[in-house]
Write a protein that binds this ligand. Structure first.
Ligand SMILES: Nc1ncnc2c1ncn2[C@@H]1O[C@H](COP(=O)(O)OP(=O)(O)O)[C@@H](O)[C@H]1O
Ligand SMILES: [Mg+2]
Length: 270
């Protein structure tokens, strides 16, 4: 059993350098982070600051060039494909462009069926699987019966985002990384999507890493905010500390780009 005191996920001196010689880019410059179970954090930074590279290393999609990642107190080992699949049961991501996440030749029921299989439910009776898929869809206000024979590209952007949350519902990961997921949708669906994600967080107790350049989102959803500049976390703390009382010039600048954070992000009125 994992020790409750241990952070769920920990990165120490995590570094990623792309390229060689003059072409070298230090995308992530040695960052430390500790995440507790059920914690919601947001990484905020301007474009090119290293947010996605950080996320991909945590996900095990790209290899760090320095530092270590610990999961449930153990040095993460994803040296074989089998170990990677095991790790991915615990950590999942949704990205900005929901269409890119799906195989466009797979119908929606097979997309959802894959999630059940990944969680080890491949041998359940068909009726049971349909029940699980129906439940996952209704959680995000989609009707499973209307989706079964459709392909992902036949859905609207908002429906696709909701389908992604239905997938997470079935996959039941310990950690979810959401990278710029709200930047492509309108304010109304944005609030709905965030509400659904937070509800899902409460339901399955997952840890969430939001990645965004939207300071308003960070303020409203996070337990802790990390400000990323040129591959480093330059400031971190509670939303009140970091967003209402920023210390760094860079943070102050990011915040001044969003003058009306209160008005725009009153989710209670949506
Ligand atoms: N595959 C790659 N090859 C070379 N450079 C990359 C690659 N991916 C990202 N970078 C560079 O790393 C830096 C950080 O990029 P990224 O992590 O995508 O930032 P963000 O998500 O904050 O916009 C940028 O300078 C980017 O050009
Ligand atoms: Mg990015």
């Amino acid at each position: 059993m994992p020790n409750k005191q241990e952070p769920l996920l920990k990165a120490v001196g995590l570094t990623k350098e792309f390229g060689f010689g003059r072409q070298k880019t230090l995308a992530v410059a040695g960052v430390d982070i500790e995440l507790k179970e059920g914690e919601v954090i947001t990484i905020v930074g301007e474009s090119g600051s290293g947010k996605t590279t950080f996320a991909k290393m945590i996900l095990g999609l790209i290899a760090p060039t320095g530092g270590e990642i610990y999961f449930q107190g153990q040095l993460r080992d994803i040296s074989t494909y089998k170990k990677k699949l095991e790790y991915w049961k615990n950590i999942q991501a949704i990205f900005q462009d929901p269409y890119s996440a799906y195989n466009i030749f797979h119908k929606i029921d097979s997309v959802l069926m894959d999630c059940i299989r990944m969680r080890g439910g491949g041998n359940l009776p068909h009726k049971e699987k349909v029940k699980m898929m129906t439940e996952a869809c209704s959680f995000v206000n989609l009707k499973f019966e209307e989706l079964t024979n459709k392909y992902p590209f036949e859905l609207s952007g908002g429906q696709m985002q909701r389908l992604m949350i239905a997938r997470i519902f079935l996959l039941d990961p310990k950690i979810l990384i959401a990278d710029e997921i709200t930047s492509m949708i309108d304010a109304c669906s944005r609030a709905t999507i965030l509400d659904m994600l937070m509800e899902l967080r409460d339901k399955i107790g997952m840890t969430v890493i939001f990645i965004t350049h939207d300071v308003g989102l960070a303020y409203y959803v996070s337990d802790k905010v990390y400000i990323m500049e040129k591959g480093l976390f330059v400031e971190s703390g509670t939303p009140d500390e970091v967003i209402l009382h920023p210390q760094e010039t860079y943070t102050k600048r990011l915040i001044s780009d969003v003058p009306k954070i209160y008005e725009e992000w009153d989710l209670s009125t949506v």
